[in-house]
Design a protein around this ligand. Structure first.
Ligand code: PA5
Length: 481
């Protein structure tokens, strides 16, 4: 039975013609047409799901994975000679991964653990978490200098479905050698958890050879849809996040987004509204949480939306070059950076706010200094009241400029509501893919850049590509100012 007071909700009145006028808002007739177009697509998605074509939808129900993640987490905590994985003994968990193998981990950590998790031992219910999804050498060297004398209390979780991703592979090769030098071959087994394809791929091969502890990236699940698998669950569980509650939230959202009644299905309505605005000239989709905790969920969404919906061809093979551009912004920070453009620039954006009704912690604003009575209106008020008032104020200002605004309402930020949000947006993406008539599960355009990197780094069988790229490796002085 769903707990209604803890369900996240999608509020869509402020995209309607009633609020922002017929030129920019959705009319009743248009909404009805969207319902008619989308309803059969929900049925189609449900059928595909039943036929096992969208295995990401079953991840929240996969008890085997949860069991495995919990067993490994417990084993690492209790390993003899290593020490229990309490904050005072195993101090650091380092995730090596990129894209779908990192963004979900970061989002869960920011949303569900305290802001000072890494710095304040008393605030963290597990090891510190570092996620390396970049290969800037200065960043890594600085980190390695810091962690060098703490390696005995550190676990590295390398996440790569393919094992071929140059960024993750290179980080892994650096860490692997470091651990070998410090602890010998046992160091690999004791300090690395590899999350990768269950059967094949480079990382699986290495994991078998090095006898690494392993978790699985499920077959048929792309990186950006994998956060509710071992990819996201392991670092979350290690760092004290309630993964049962997270998955319960996703399971409960599954009931809502499976509904073939358009008006009761938040994924269908969300996708249809996004589709409508894309087709009526608002091709940019801004997600703007009014909660620091939720800020990295908009980063996770950005990848999900961009890689899934930005496609050259539709399902018939016709060239379409389609896809809304996702932008992340943060309230209130970006009110002081972006709102001028959002209100007075081109009316080409759909806004989605994330709003939190009850913050886990709150604080009252202090009294105004005697010399500044003009600040008295703030004195004694909850900081959350100011934050949520600024959300309403910003939305009001945008509506005045006839900009459509959606809001996802969180009763509070916890594992249950975050699980709902993740699942809602994953299914919204599938539904938007169906509306745009494209395949949201591949990412062919990412490949060429990866291959060009292989070529530039001298990988065999990429010699011809290396020659084609060669002119780009030299700057033409005539164009250098
Ligand atoms: O969503 C995706 O599929 C990508 O972002 C991948 O997760 C990313 O490219 C990393 O790939 P891999 O897990 O194979 O290292």
């Amino acid at each position: 039975m769903l707990m209604p007071e803890s369900q996240i909700k999608l509020y869509y009145k402020n995209v309607t013609a009633e609020i922002i006028g017929k030129e920019h808002g959705i009319t009743d007739t248009q909404l009805k047409a969207l319902a008619e177009k989308t309803s059969p697509l929900i049925a189609k998605l449900n059928k595909e799901r039943k036929a096992g074509k969208t295995p990401y939808r079953d991840l929240p129900f996969n008890e085997k994975t949860v069991q495995k993640v919990k067993e490994l987490t417990a084993e690492l905590k209790d390993r003899p000679g290593y020490g229990r994985l309490r904050p005072d003994e195993c101090e650091n968990l380092v995730v090596l991964g990129i894209g779908g193998s990192a963004l979900g981990n970061i989002a869960l950590q920011t949303a569900l653990n305290p802001y000072m998790h890494n710095l304040d031992d008393s605030q963290r219910p597990g090891p510190r978490l570092f996620v390396f999804d970049n290969i800037d050498p200065s960043q890594l060297v600085s980190f390695l200098d810091w962690i060098d004398d703490k390696l005995d209390k550190t676990i590295f979780n390398v996440i790569s479905k393919s094992g071929q991703t140059a960024e993750t592979a290179s980080q892994f090769m650096i860490i692997r050698q470091l651990l070998l030098d410090k602890f010998g071959p046992a160091g690999l087994k004791n300090h690395i958890v590899a999350t990768t394809d269950p059967k094949q791929g480079t990382l699986r091969k290495i994991a078998v050879e090095d006898k690494l502890q392993c978790l699985e990236v499920p077959e048929g699940v792309g990186g950006r849809f994998s956060v509710l698998s071992a990819v996201g669950l392991f670092s979350a569980a290690m760092c004290g996040i309630d993964i049962d509650l997270l998955l319960e939230g996703a399971c409960d959202m599954d009931k809502r987004v499976g509904s073939e009644d358009f008006y009761k299905n938040p994924a269908a309505i969300n996708a249809a509204i996004n589709y409508h605005f894309y087709n009526t000239g608002k091709k940019i989709s801004v997600m703007m949480p009014y909660s620091y905790a939720l800020k990295d969920l908009s980063d996770w969404y950005r990848q999900l939306w961009a890689e899934s919906l930005g496609k050259a061809e539709d399902l018939t093979g016709s060239e379409v070059h389609i896809g809304p551009t996702p932008i992340k912004a943060l309230g209130t920070t970006d009110q002081h950076s972006q709102i001028q453009l959002y209100r007075e620039g081109p009316n080409d954006k759909l806004f989605t706010f994330l709003q939190v009704n009850n913050f886990n912690q709150d604080i009252k604003i202090g009294p105004a200094p005697d010399c500044a009575p003009e600040l008295g209106f703030l004195a004694g008020k909850d900081l959350s009241l100011l934050l949520n008032s600024e959300k309403i104020a910003t939305e009001y200002a945008l509506l005045k400029s006839k900009r459509p605004c959606l809001t996802v309402l969180f009763p509070e930020v916890n594992a249950y509501t975050v699980g709902q949000f993740i699942y809602l947006y994953e299914v919204t993406t599938s539904c938007a893919g169906a509306l745009f008539d494209i395949n949201p599960y591949n990412q062919p355009a990412v490949e060429l850049g990866k291959e060009a990197t292989f070529a530039l780094m001298g990988k065999t069988s990429f010699e011809e590509l290396a020659q084609q790229i060669q002119p780009l490796t030299e700057l033409d002085g005539d164009f250098l100012v």
